[in-house]
Write a protein that binds this ligand. Structure first.
Ligand code: R2B
Ligand code: URA
Length: 302
């Protein structure tokens, strides 16, 4: 359970160049502090839910409204609150924000910079960021929910590497252990198959994830299997493409965050995702139930 101190904590940026009373344009999410009242729009935010696709995030917001009985402003319904951009969509249901992050580290990292600035300017307190995604599993039944403890890069190192002003900078990629434990317990209480996982996060779906079915492949089946086995021995149980940036950026800013991803296949057995969409939606429903239980436990929806 979050402490009283955590609940009152505002998002603190790590940038001495930014003044509190600044004019700020959050370009990729189409918000401008002179045109939008960030405090009125987002000051009550408690949970920011993220996932790859725009349609899925709209559905998630609709499902949360139904599941949690969230009352929307009369006559308004659920609307995309950032219609000035088509890069991302964002829905707000009471204190819950649902926003899509696109695919890969660059896309989610741009979003995380702007979301952190938005939450800070809005004066939101006790905010938790949660990603709900899909992934490949290692030795897990399809449909297993993986809750990341930390994230490894493609060299199996637990940090995000960036080049900043031409110099390498490494940021530790760890998730809040209490939050991960809490989500795991909620999953267990709901009888949902879930594991605590070290997550491998790559910048490519095909070659970097050891797939032999991309347009280019310059390694053998033996080398593929050896890499996946080495990842498994390093604790990796799932593979996806955003957790490294989510962990590194939120950890650097002191934002409580978690990454849940449901496995679509066992990568020890195959490379191709062959599930039909209705089964994927059913698997994603498992994460919705865990998320709804988490939000209920926080008593934040009135
Ligand atoms: C999981 O699924 C996407 C690739 O298919 C990517 O966004 C991810 O992390
Ligand atoms: N997303 C990934 O990044 N990898 C997979 O294998 C499945 C979904």
């Amino acid at each position: 359970m979050a402490s009283t101190r955590d609940q009152a904590a505002q998002v603190r940026l790590a940038n001495p160049h930014l003044q509190d009373d600044r004019h700020d344009v959050l370009y990729h999410i189409g918000l401008d502090s002179r045109k939008h009242d960030f405090k009125a729009m987002f000051g009550d935010t408690k949970v920011v839910c993220m996932g790859g696709s725009s349609n899925r995030m709209k559905r998630l917001a609709e499902d949360l409204v139904a599941e949690l009985g969230i009352r929307l402003p009369t006559g308004q319904g659920l609307v995309n609150v950032i219609p000035n951009t088509d890069r991302y969509v964002m829905y707000k249901a009471g204190p819950i924000v649902c926003v899509n992050h696109g695919m890969g580290i660059p896309s989610i990292s741009i979003l995380l910079h702007e979301l952190a600035k938005l939450m800070s300017l809005a004066g939101a307190t006790g905010v938790t960021f949660i990603r709900l995604g899909t992934c490949g599993g290692l030795g897990l039944e399809p449909g297993t929910v993986c809750i990341s403890s930390r994230s490894l890069n493609s060299q199996l190192q637990s940090h995000l590497s960036q080049f900043i002003l031409g110099q390498p900078v490494q940021r530790e990629a760890v998730f809040d252990p209490d939050l991960a434990r809490e989500l795991l317990q909620l999953a267990s209480g709901l009888n949902i198959e879930a594991v605590s996982a070290v997550t491998l996060c790559t910048s490519d779906f095909y070659e970097e994830q050891g797939r032999t079915d991309g347009a280019i492949c310059e390694f053998s089946m033996e080398q593929r299997n050896e890499f996946l086995q080495r990842a498994f021995e390093a604790g990796v149980r799932n593979i996806e493409m955003e957790s490294l940036a989510l962990a590194a950026i939120t950890h650097r800013l002191g934002i409580r965050a978690a990454c849940m991803a449901v496995t679509l296949l066992d990568r020890f057995k195959q490379d191709q995702v062959q599930l039909d969409h209705s089964l994927i939606a059913q698997f994603e429903g498992r994460m919705l139930r865990i998320l709804a239980a988490f939000i209920r436990s926080r008593n934040i929806c009135g």
